[in-house]
Design a protein around this ligand. Structure first.
Ligand code: COI
Length: 356
């Protein structure tokens, strides 16, 4: 493991006075992590520096061909003063898969974990404490070769920035309205849908804007081939409770393998519920909404945590779920996931990692 050089800021910024007004991803802490890759040298020069703008050539490859990946994680303060990460090894493993798909050399796992822990420890006073808040962690890698040929870069930057944040959706745990998109698609199998690549999110914007104009918070994507099977929402995976069973689309190559998705499955199964990963068609969903067997729907994600879905719209069909409120499984998942993350509930699964 490489030693991280730490330069602390001489001008600490003012911390947000009102944690209820943080929003998501608006404010950044005093420091950032940075590490470089050059072919022949590998990943090297890990350091923590005061948060600052970076200079890149206009010809840097990331600007032209989007060779870029990112992750999303959170750190929490517990009431007894500890700092916890939640299943970070899963994000690190997923980052390695994303790197592999995008021809980016993966950061060694122990250097990645050490970078997270060291940066969070340096900026731990920035972790908000109000219920519903956390320190959002954004690791990312960009291609930095100055070159316009289409092939993998030979140099990269790995950075981590931190953002004290509140709920992803402005309404907090209020149920969201989701638009089922049947025109634009997000990803196809064989593409980069299962990778955490910025390009997937660029591809989602057009439909997102369309949905927002109609008063919907996000878009639920259908598969790119038959436009029939449910995939995921803009910034989260999707779950249904249909006829007493929990159901989520199976990972098929174009769906992001969410850490919170895995956590929902693990918890529901530990509670003795049927939790299926399978294909879910939009016709099945509409039929279940019509006959009353669509009992609940929620999204899962690091940023979104557990986000109840109160309304789904597909064409002219508007489906109200759980009376537009929060269903009992969604509520229990939210309470349990956030309870474990913030140390209020016992960590029976060994999911938390303490930052000293
Ligand atoms: C996360 O949940 O951490 C994500 O990366 C989703 C993001 C697009 C807000």
């Amino acid at each position: 493991m490489q030693e991280i050089q730490i330069t602390r800021t001489a001008q600490p910024k003012e911390k947000p006075a009102d944690e209820s007004k943080l929003g998501f991803g608006n404010i950044f802490t005093d420091h950032m992590f940075i590490m470089e890759y050059h072919e022949g040298q590998g990943w090297h020069a890990p350091r923590i520096e005061p948060y600052h703008p970076i200079a890149l050539e206009p010809s840097a490859m990331v600007f032209h061909y989007a060779q870029e990946m990112f992750e999303g994680m959170k750190a929490y303060h517990t009431e007894d003063g500890r700092v916890l990460l939640f299943r970070p090894e899963r994000n690190i493993a997923r980052a390695a898969n994303t790197c592999e798909r995008l021809c980016i050399p993966p950061v060694p796992q122990e250097d990645f974990m050490n970078a997270l822990k060291t940066l969070i420890s340096v900026d731990k006073d920035w972790i908000p404490t109000q219920p519903g808040t956390s320190l959002y962690i954004r690791p990312f890698i960009i291609a930095t070769d100055s070159h316009l040929g289409v092939h993998p870069s030979h140099s990269y930057l790995f950075m981590i920035i931190l953002s004290p944040s509140g709920a992803y959706y402005a309404g907090g745990l209020d149920p969201v309205k989701i638009w089922i998109e049947d025109d634009y698609v997000r990803a196809v199998r064989g593409g980069i849908g299962e990778a955490k690549a910025g390009g997937n999110y660029a591809a989602s914007l057009k439909a997102q804007v369309k949905g927002e104009k109609e008063g919907y918070a996000q878009v639920l994507w259908l598969d790119g081939v038959e436009r029939r099977y449910i995939e995921e929402v803009g910034s989260m995976n999707i779950f249904f409770k249909i006829g007493g069973k929990v159901v989520t689309p199976a990972l098929n190559g174009s769906i992001l393998p969410g850490v919170t998705r895995a956590t929902c499955l693990d918890l529901c199964r530990a509670w003795g519920m049927d939790a299926e990963e399978r294909r879910v068609s939009v016709e099945e969903l509409v039929a279940a909404a019509r006959d009353g067997s669509l009992e609940e729907c929620w999204g899962s994600g690091t940023a979104a945590v557990i986000s109840p879905v109160g309304t789904l719209r597909y064409g002219d069909e508007v489906m109200e779920i759980a009376g537009g409120g929060i269903g009992p499984v969604s509520q229990k998942l939210y309470d349990t996931v956030t309870g474990i993350q913030t140390g209020k509930f016992p960590d029976e699964f060994g999911w938390t990692v303490e930052v000293k």
